[in-house]
Design a protein around this ligand. Structure first.
Ligand code: FMN
Length: 174
């Protein structure tokens, strides 16, 4: 799909068909995450692929929305802080890296007719316990993945004028 069309068509899918995802499609989606850029190419991440069948109760403990457990797959984007690049002033780019990886995944999924939804408001302790995530690893984002059952709503976005300035924080008067 042409990129602008793809970027506009992707939306947060919160209603999924029960249809399974072919493993070759899943591989394509995950490969898009694999080739994502990361700071200093550290690749400080691991994605846990969760097939949701027969795990509904556990998934609802992680994020209590029916649609989340009804997507055939949930991905858990984990960051590994000790592997991440840290700027001289101490800022870690772990969150940025994971966001880029998961965005590649989300867009690749949309390009294949699949839907995703980013989920940050999940229960981290429940995720750690259920997915056996060690203390030195940070589960940063959950992402549901499956065939959309509904249709997108209107995109609400601020105007480009609000989101962009030229040359300085406040664009100089022309
Ligand atoms: C980092 C991040 C965290 C998000 N967390 C949640 C979440 O916990 N639950 C949810 O339903 N949607 C979540 N979303 C989805 C946003 O609400 C959604 O992307 C936004 O409203 C724009 O809508 P669109 O994705 O359909 O364009 C999250 C999105 C991002 C990027």
């Amino acid at each position: 799909m042409e990129f602008q069309t793809l970027a506009k068509q992707r939306y947060s899918v919160r209603d999924y068909k029960p249809d399974a995802i072919d493993p070759s499609l899943l591989d394509q989606v995950l490969s898009a995450g694999q080739i994502a850029p990361t700071a200093a190419n550290r690749q400080p991440f691991k994605i846990i692929v969760i097939h949701t069948k027969e795990k509904k109760d556990e998934l609802l403990k992680i994020y209590n929305r029916a649609w989340f457990s009804e997507a055939p797959i949930v991905l858990c984007g984990c960051g590994i802080p000790e592997q991440s690049w840290i700027r001289a002033d101490g800022k870690s780019y772990l969150d940025v890296d994971i966001a880029i990886v998961m965005d590649h995944i989300s867009l690749a999924a949309a390009n294949l007719g699949l839907g995703t939804c980013w989920v940050a408001s999940f229960d981290v302790d429940a995720a750690r316990k259920i997915l056996h995530i060690p203390s030195e690893v940070e589960p940063i984002i959950m992402m549901s993945l499956g065939y959309p059952a509904g249709s997108p709503g209107e995109k609400e976005r601020k105007s480009l004028d609000e989101l962009v300035s030229y040359e300085l924080w406040n664009s100089p008067e022309q």
